[in-house]
Design a protein around this ligand. Structure first.
Ligand SMILES: Cc1cc2nc3c(=O)[nH]c(=O)nc-3n(C[C@H](O)[C@H](O)[C@H](O)COP(=O)(O)OP(=O)(O)OC[C@H]3O[C@@H](n4cnc5c(N)ncnc54)[C@H](O)[C@@H]3O)c2cc1C
Length: 382
């Protein structure tokens, strides 16, 4: 169906990304998956092509085009080639917006050129072993001591944490028994700060090309100059930025569902059973027709929300609806597609198996489907 999201500039950008993915990503992807991480060199290559600094203001080495549609194109083109660029996506779609919105001038000068060039890799650490969905329950503490905060705590499930040079850590700087959301602060922890250590690289069932790690903070002295935004304001900042993070998951979900459909159409036209192609069975046609219709419904909803996001008008509840619908659609679609591969669909060498295992996370991270329903229900006055 006709999409009304992109303009000529986005399509030019798409060509550049498509070429990059085909030449630099696809041939190396299996070895990166085996290593369990995207190498630093990918960020530097993307940076040198200008793909990481689109939203970074020109005076710091970026393009000054803060337009989320470029991020959408990047994900769509990766999915189209049956790969994902998870840690790049986290840096661009999730972490960079915090820097853009809350960094002061000195921080902009220190960090923005490296973010645009791909020399500085980032992560964001909200989740703790004891708290994920309930972010107001964060227990890591940061106690002011002169010109620094002394940070203690543990974070888990941190995407890109293994190579990150800068980690935005959400920590508690004060406690208000009347308001659990008050007193959270964003601190930028730098690689090499004494007391900052990386723990296990967690072994996952899918999205193997991105690292997910535990981080520990033991009396880390984080200069006050590394605080992002105001002390105690982090919950408000998260509320402002999490809708884009959720959209990003939805963008990947729809693009990967589409990739699954295309891979399946190609497969069923080739595979013969009972002397005819799998495509010739009415069940196959009906299954794929239903998947195609679901993808278009999700795409239309998503595109509407992308435009709202670009206009600065996307509400948290609408982002939650989009994440809920698109990720659940992806799960149904990928499962139906895999079924049509028969036993081959269960084999890791077939991309549909990877699309299936990669899909499972989208209903969990950036807020689970249940948390999305809680947010939507609240908007209904329930
Ligand atoms: C691969 C991966 C990458 C991640 N990357 C990052 C990252 O980079 N940075 C980061 O900070 N975090 C990251 N996360 C953490 C992720 O956002 C959390 O796992 C997620 O928010 C859920 O939190 P939890 O795992 O603690 O589950 P829990 O909060 O323990 O939830 C357990 C179950 O309870 C349900 N539940 C919770 N609250 C309610 C409710 N009110 N009503 C009904 N049901 C409820 C949940 O939906 C879930 O089914 C990542 C996680 C994974 C797995």
């Amino acid at each position: 169906m006709r999409r009304e999201v992109f303009h000529a500039d986005h399509e030019e950008f798409r060509k550049l990304v498509r070429e990059f993915v085909a030449k630099e990503v696809v041939p190396n992807y299996p070895s990166w998956e085996k290593a369990g991480r995207l190498p630093r060199s990918v960020f530097e290559q993307l940076g040198s092509l200008g793909l990481l600094g689109m939203a970074v203001p020109e005076e710091y080495g970026g393009a000054g085009l803060d337009d989320y549609r470029y991020n959408v194109v990047l994900q769509e083109e990766a999915a189209r080639a049956l790969v994902t660029l998870g840690t790049v996506r986290t840096q661009l779609d999730v972490v960079l917006p915090y820097f853009l919105a809350y960094a002061d001038e000195a921080q902009r000068q220190r960090w923005f050129p490296g973010l645009a060039s791909g020399k500085l890799l980032t992560a964001i650490a909200m989740t703790e072993p004891g708290t994920g969905s309930d972010l107001a329950g964060i227990r890591s503490t940061a106690v002011r001591d002169g010109d620094a905060y002394v940070l203690n705590g543990a974070k888990t499930f941190i995407t890109g944490g293994l190579l990150a040079d800068l980690v935005i850590v959400v920590a508690r700087t004060s406690t208000d028994p009347e308001n659990r959301r008050a007193g959270l602060t964003l601190l930028v922890v730098e690689d090499g700060m004494p007391g900052f250590t990386r723990g296990r690289v967690l072994e996952k069932m899918g999205i193997k090309v991105q690292d997910t790690v535990e981080l520990a903070f033991d009396d880390v002295r984080v200069p006050v100059a590394n605080r992002l935004g105001e002390e105690g304001a982090a919950f408000r900042y998260l509320g402002h930025n999490l809708p884009q993070e959720r959209m990003t998951v939805a963008v990947g979900s729809v693009a990967q569902a589409r990739a699954a459909l295309e891979a399946t159409i190609a497969y069923v036209k080739e595979r013969e059973v009972f002397g005819k192609t799998v495509a010739s069975f009415q069940n196959t046609k009906f299954e794929l027709a239903a998947v195609a219709a679901e993808i278009e419904a999700a795409q239309t909803m998503l595109d509407r929300a992308v435009l709202d996001l670009v206009d600065g008008e996307l509400s948290g509840a609408d982002a939650a609806k989009v994440k809920l619908f698109c990720t659940e659609m992806q799960a149904r679609a990928v499962d139906r597609c895999l079924q049509l591969f028969g036993g081959y669909g269960y084999m890791a060498e077939y991309p549909i198996a990877r699309l299936y295992t990669d899909a499972r996370i989208t209903r969990i991270y950036a807020g689970t489907s249940e948390v999305m329903k809680v947010i939507i229900a609240k908007s209904l006055g329930l």
